[in-house]
Write a protein that binds this ligand. Structure first.
Ligand SMILES: Nc1nc2c(c(=O)[nH]1)N[C@H]1C(S)=C(S)[C@@H](COP(=O)(O)OP(=O)(O)OC[C@H]3O[C@@H](n4cnc5c(=O)[nH]c(N)nc54)[C@H](O)[C@@H]3O)O[C@H]1N2
Ligand SMILES: Nc1nc2c(c(=O)[nH]1)N[C@H]1C(S)=C(S)[C@@H](COP(=O)(O)OP(=O)(O)OC[C@H]3O[C@@H](n4cnc5c(=O)[nH]c(N)nc54)[C@H](O)[C@@H]3O)O[C@H]1N2
Ligand SMILES: [Mo]
Length: 782
């Protein structure tokens, strides 16, 4: 049956609701094409929904199960042919039998502690077909558990640091200063790394209203000032009318210290607040004033480090005093060497201003990074798939995956412990793309060569799928029913099915159900429910909570027909930080002292050389050199979520000559004979990629910005360090942790050189499926 016939029978022009991490939308089939339109209640829709139509039936989709030839012929084992081998198509029954046997072998020979199921990644919206929940539930129920990963690539450093110094991480990011408070109360927003609208337009699970632009415009109209600190002018929108302080990347901690030094020496810091609400300020003050190390952290000291003139630093400190001031530190600052320090220094600065816990004031850590920050929490629980119990206790900090695979048994530091990496035989990935998210991809390829078996569920031929031994094609969100919602958005969405599965693709749930059955855990995994029955079952939790509150609580079928359901929300009450301010003795923070820890005895006792007991300027090791004179800022892409649907129309439309666009300053371009639109080669000791140059004054000199997400596309995978012809910055980034405290991802910044690319331009092949094996290559015995 053609798509048109399959999808348009009956109601050609009828729009049906669906949602995504980047927005709620409706879609319908018209003349054989899918049309999408944003949810009518969204004041500022996200153009990323336009990636769907062209992506749905794109050749980059995976049509049938595939097994890597070398694995099929020689069996499981380390193999550096991963990523360059051929694939053999296989039927679902055969591939599930084969994989079921391999899972049984690993479980029975090595135990579940030899399975890595961390499977990091954003997958798709939808509470049931959430790939992470599905893979974890499967591994718990059918394998007895798995080695997991903790924390995220987003906030690897801050999520470990914050519980030591500020309290609950979720409260700090999600129930703290809101957009509404900024619109109404804030006098000055000092945003380190900005609050780019491209970022806040995304939220895991769903987002129905993009309010950030409107709230910034309201604040500005009321007289609020916005000051952006960072290498790119575009990190605050025009509506904010921001002043731009363009500092050298990675130097924000020095700038914050100098701001605090100015406040203290001019008597502008809030001593009463610091005495009552913080612990350890006197130790930190001795460091600020140079009594501890002989170096006062003056504006004159910070000026050459940060590239910001001393007078500007002093003037900024004076301006912050006596105002309803909000300090914002973007996630990006901590996705770098010593990433803990700017998070801690930002908290100390907000505390020195005495603003934490006031409406619209204090510390808006990560505000603007994602659309579930700065919003109200829902007052009812969401449908949630139980994941069962993991009997394996071992874990790794998520960004240490390559270290783990390359050094089984090797020691590493994490949050005060010395731990050992597990010995992994099988890696199972569903819903993430390590060839998008991980650093130093040439090293990652070696790491994946070490395992016995790599299993990947994917909807498209990502580089991760190409490196797998067993590739199982899964449906795209549009091809199945689900319930969409996030914890800080008032709209729950009935995600209607809009298309038949591509080729032989199956839902992750059905794939796991088939495997669970082969491992003797079919009934435990499915509980006898179809997908539709699961949706009805999971919906009940929210319906019951609504009914208990005396609110409209439609049954599932009514919800499904309505398409959307408004959920009640909690008050915008400032959360834990406000409660602490109002009642410091009765509602202490969940830190060791019950206060904001400007100095942490606990962290000091860990004796990490790269993370001392208070915010400290630790000069970075990874700085520009004559061979690599430019900073590379590898930030989030504006036209897609990470690598998802990079083959869609919106993402493809923003590229030039099929390459990702890298932005650099006219001076840096001129010095290298580069003009706007030229193809350039960006390279360092770890690797090289091509990109299309955009020459603009909106980037600080000495910086080149190349967003993440263009699919890794090695020109010749046989080479040791192949050129990526498409523009994936993770061929350049370093694979090292933030510090021995958190071991977070440091992918945001690296250094490299750039030159005009003058050779024959190799085509982009990332979206062409790997050539299927010839018929005679079927496994022996066929
Ligand atoms: N250099 C550098 N690197 C970075 C960052 C950076 O700032 N700089 N940022 C980091 C951050 S913050 C993050 S969060 C990570 C993001 O890294 P990831 O979350 O791994 O990136 P995604 O592209 O979202 O990967 C999701 C994958 O799931 C697939 N998928 C979608 N729906 C389904 C489904 O239903 N089932 C299955 N099985 N698969 C599905 C998609 O096709 C896609 O390949 O990247 C990190 N990497
Ligand atoms: N459109 C879109 N939105 C997204 C995502 C996406 O992939 N696409 N990903 C989502 C996810 S998972 C996350 S975790 C968040 C990430 O949120 P962030 O990590 O905050 O986002 P980034 O865009 O990586 O970085 C924000 C800005 O920080 C600036 N910056 C980089 N280094 C420095 C520095 O040393 N100092 C200063 N002052 N500024 C610096 C860069 O100019 C950059 O544009 O974004 C979310 N939003
Ligand atoms: Mo993230």
């Amino acid at each position: 049956m053609t798509d048109k016939a399959a999808n348009t029978r009956g109601a050609e022009a009828e729009y049906r609701p669906h949602t995504s991490h980047w927005g709620v939308f409706d879609a319908r089939w018209q003349d054989g094409t899918l049309e999408v339109r944003p949810y009518a209640g969204d004041p500022d829709p996200n153009g990323i929904i336009d990636n769907f139509p062209a992506a749905l039936r794109h050749q980059a989709r995976i049509a049938q199960p595939m097994v890597r030839r070398g694995w099929l012929e020689r069996g499981p084992g380390p193999d550096d042919r991963r990523g360059r081998d051929e694939f053999v198509p296989m039927s679902w029954d055969a591939v599930l039998d084969l994989l079921g046997g391999e899972l049984r072998r690993v479980r029975d020979t090595h135990g579940p502690g030899a399975v890595f199921g961390g499977s990091y990644g954003w997958a798709s919206a939808g509470r049931f077909h959430h790939a992470q929940s599905q893979v974890h539930r499967f591994l718990n129920m059918a394998m007895g558990g798995y080695v997991r990963s903790v924390n995220s690539y987003s906030s690897g450093a801050s999520s470990v640091l914050v519980p030591h110094i500020l309290g609950n991480y979720e409260e700090l990011t999600k129930n703290n200063v809101s957009w509404e408070q900024i619109a109404e109360h804030t006098d000055i927003v000092l945003a380190f790394g900005g609050m780019a609208l491209k970022n806040s337009m995304v939220a895991g699970g769903s987002v129905s209203q993009h309010v950030e632009r409107g709230c910034m415009a309201r604040a500005k109209a009321r007289g609020c000032d916005f000051v952006l600190v960072g290498p790119l002018r575009s990190d605050l929108p025009e509506e904010a009318g921001a002043e731009w302080i363009s500092n050298i990347p990675g130097t924000d901690t020095a700038l914050m210290l100098a701001l605090m030094h100015t406040l203290v020496t001019e008597g502008l810091h809030d001593r009463v607040y610091l005495d009552r609400f913080t612990a350890g300020w006197p130790v930190f003050e001795r460091y600020l004033l140079g009594e501890a190390d002989g170096q006062p952290k003056t504006a004159a000291w910070a000026a050459p480090i940060t590239g910001v003139p001393a007078e500007e630093i002093v003037a900024l400190a004076r301006r912050l005093h006596g105002k309803r001031a909000l300090i914002v530190v973007a996630h990006s600052l901590q996705r770098a060497e010593h990433g803990e320090q700017p998070v801690w220094a930002g908290a100390a600065l907000a505390a020195a201003l005495g603003q934490i816990g006031l409406p619209g004031g204090g510390y808006g850590y990560a505000l603007g990074a994602i659309a579930y920050y700065g919003r109200r929490a829902n007052a009812v629980p969401l449908p949630t798939l139980a994941q069962g119990r993991n009997r394996v206790t071992d874990f790794i900090p998520v960004a240490r995956i390559a270290d783990m695979l390359l050094n089984p048994g090797g020691p590493y530091r994490y949050n005060g412990q010395t731990r050992a990496y597990p010995d992994i035989k099988l890696v199972y990935w569903a819903g993430g793309n390590p060839f998008h998210h991980h650093q130093d991809l040439n090293r990652l390829r070696h790491a994946f060569a070490q395992v016995d078996t790599l299993v990947v569920h994917e909807l498209a031929w990502t580089a991760t799928a190409r490196h797998a031994d067993i590739v199982l094609p899964c449906t795209m969100t549009l091809e199945r029913e689900d319930i969409g919602a996030n914890s800080h958005d008032p709209l729950m969405v009935a995600m209607h099915k809009l298309a038949e599965p591509f080729g032989e693709a199956r839902d992750d749930y059905d794939i796991f159900a088939g495997l669970a059955e082969r491992l003797g855990a079919g009934e435990v995994f499915t509980e006898g429910r179809t997908s539709r029955q699961w949706l009805e079952h999971l919906y009940e939790r929210t319906r019951t909570a609504l009914a208990e509150k005396g609110l409209p609580a439609p049954d599932f079928n009514t919800f499904w027909q309505l398409g959307r359901l408004e959920l009640p929300q909690a008050p915008d009450d400032g959360g834990e930080q406000r409660r602490f301010r109002n009642d410091p003795e009765g509602q202490p923070l969940p830190t060791p002292s019950g206060k904001i820890e400007i100095f942490s005895e606990t962290i000091a006792s860990y004796a990490e050389p790269d993370c001392p007991g208070h915010a400290t300027w630790l000069a970075p090791q990874h700085v520009p050199t004559p061979e690599a004179p430019l900073f590379v800022v590898a930030n989030q892409p504006a036209t897609r979520l990470h690598s998802q649907l990079d083959f869609g129309g919106h993402s493809a439309g923003a590229k030039r000559r099929g390459r990702e666009v890298a932005s650099l300053h006219p001076d840096d371009a001129a010095a290298r004979g580069i003009a706007d639109g030229d193809i350039i080669r960006i390279f360092n000791e770890r690797g090289a990629c091509l990109a299309a140059a955009r020459v603009t004054e909106d980037v600080r000199p000495g910086v080149i910005q190349l967003p993440t997400g263009a699919w890794y596309d090695p020109v010749d995978p046989e080479e040791e360090k192949p050129l990526c012809v498409h523009g994936n910055p993770n061929v350049l980034t370093r694979d090292v942790g933030t510090s021995g405290l958190a071991q977070g991802c440091t992918g945001q910044l690296t250094v490299a050189e750039v030159e005009l690319f003058t050779g024959n331009l190799p085509p982009v092949r990332a979206f062409e499926p790997p050539v299927p094996a010839r018929a005679e290559a079927e496994p022996a015995g066929n």
